[in-house]
Design a protein around this ligand. Structure first.
Ligand SMILES: Cc1cc2nc3c(=O)[nH]c(=O)nc-3n(C[C@H](O)[C@H](O)[C@H](O)COP(=O)(O)OP(=O)(O)OC[C@H]3O[C@@H](n4cnc5c(N)ncnc54)[C@H](O)[C@@H]3O)c2cc1C
Length: 372
């Protein structure tokens, strides 16, 4: 590494998605903190359903009132056709936590980044991690090389936060193994509703996987099909025409979408949606948060909640780590192990409820949790 003057920060957060921003906004009032992100600005991502329990986390972080002012769409009704028990409706009125939200995800991610900046975090966009190593002059610090809009920057920091999402870049470079539990993938398309159907989502199981559709703010709607990436139906639906062709075989869901007045738009994509866990989520001078620490099957709608929760919990642990060293990660490690166990238990139970297609590989893999 060249002997150049390094910029010094207490904490470097790599990745300014929801988890990195949640970490930053909780620690920035107390520590000198820099967030970097490879993207020039938050990019369109799917993952729009925020459970009602997130309200308590947002309140703990002092963000709830401002979140409500953002105008995300209250989630009033979930319907499902899963496990052969017919059409089931779950009204948010029966949830003790009240309703969740269908987010404008781009707005939500941008808002969290801004909240972190307002609390003192610096943000460098279009900035990528090139390399990092222990500082030969001070072994308690990292020397990190960044490419920031084409310029080489060297940062000296005491703590690196892996908020790189499903890449788990820093954890893996520090010897962590990321275990991928299944091959779930998602083909999605966003469009507009022409009927007034705000606040409704539908989940429908079929022979080759499952469908999900939900309202988005401003009369938007997302439609998504989930299956395993190595199965023929994934290949057949990884583009809008194939996706809509397969939907045509789902009579009830097709009718439902017609009732919503759904018209597909031009935004669509195909992406990984598997569950994954890390065998090491923190070590000497680093910690993983959000999807980098544990990635969820979207059936659980837990990803964003986990990003906020781990951001908050890791920020508290990091504060102790900077004072006390490695032992301070103990509670955080235990908490993530507890989340992993509860999640795997619930996910197996959800998939085990659907037994209508025992001859289909997608469902065979999920019976008795063989793929989880
Ligand atoms: C198909 C699908 C549907 C989903 N649906 C839901 C849902 O309905 N509800 C829900 O709660 N969750 C859902 N999720 C999960 C949710 O989107 C994630 O849990 C959430 O985005 C995790 O946030 P994160 O900050 O950990 O990671 P990310 O959002 O992935 O952010 C990571 C950030 O790191 C940056 N980055 C990566 N590498 C580098 C690098 N080398 N240098 C600098 N920056 C880097 C990226 O640019 C990005 O901004 C879904 C996920 C998928 C795939």
């Amino acid at each position: 590494m060249p002997a150049v003057q390094a910029l010094q920060v207490d904490v470097l957060v790599v990745g300014a998605g929801p988890a990195g921003a949640a970490f930053a906004l909780n620690l920035a009032p107390f520590k000198n903190l820099l967030m970097i992100d490879a993207a020039a600005q938050p990019e369109l991502r799917i993952g729009e359903s925020l459970p009602a329990a997130a309200a308590r986390l947002l309140a703990d972080m002092g963000l709830y009132d401002d979140f409500i002012r953002q105008g995300h769409c209250p989630a009033q009704l979930n319907t499902s056709n899963w496990g052969g028990v017919g059409h089931v409706e779950q009204d948010a009125m029966r949830n003790l936590d009240g309703h969740g939200w269908y987010l404008d995800r781009l707005q939500f991610d941008t808002w969290l980044q801004q909240a972190a900046q307002q609390r003192g975090a610096a943000l460098l966009q279009q900035t990528k991690l090139l390399s990092f190593q222990r500082d030969p002059a001070d072994k308690s610090c990292w020397l990190v090389e960044l490419d920031s809009r084409g310029k080489l920057l060297t940062i000296q920091t005491r703590l690196m936060v892996d908020a790189t999402g499903r890449k788990s870049l820093i954890a893996r470079r520090n010897g962590g193994n990321r275990r991928v539990h299944d091959k779930l993938s998602c083909s999605w398309i966003i469009g507009q509703d022409h009927a007034n159907t705000a606040g409704v989502s539908d989940l429908v199981a079929e022979a080759g996987g499952w469908w999900y559709t939900s309202s988005l703010p401003n009369q938007g709607r997302i439609l998504a099909f989930y299956t395993d990436a190595d199965l023929p139906q994934a290949h057949a639906t990884n583009h809008p025409i194939g996706l809509m062709n397969r939907l045509a075989f789902q009579a009830a869901l097709s009718q439902q979408l017609r009732d919503y007045g759904f018209e597909p738009g031009s935004q669509h994509g195909f992406c990984a949606a598997h569950s994954a866990t890390l065998d090491r989520i923190a070590g000497d001078g680093w910690v993983a948060v959000g999807d980098a620490a544990i990635s969820f099957d979207p059936l659980s709608s837990q990803g964003l909640f986990n990003a906020l929760y781990t951001g908050l919990a890791a920020a508290e642990a990091a504060s102790r780590h900077l004072a006390e060293g490695d032992a301070a990660w103990g509670d955080y490690r235990q908490e993530i192990s507890r989340i992993q166990l509860a999640y795997q238990h619930h996910l197996q139970a959800w998939y085990a409820e659907e037994t209508r297609w025992p001859d289909q590989l997608f469902w065979q893999r999920r019976q008795a949790g063989t793929s989880l």
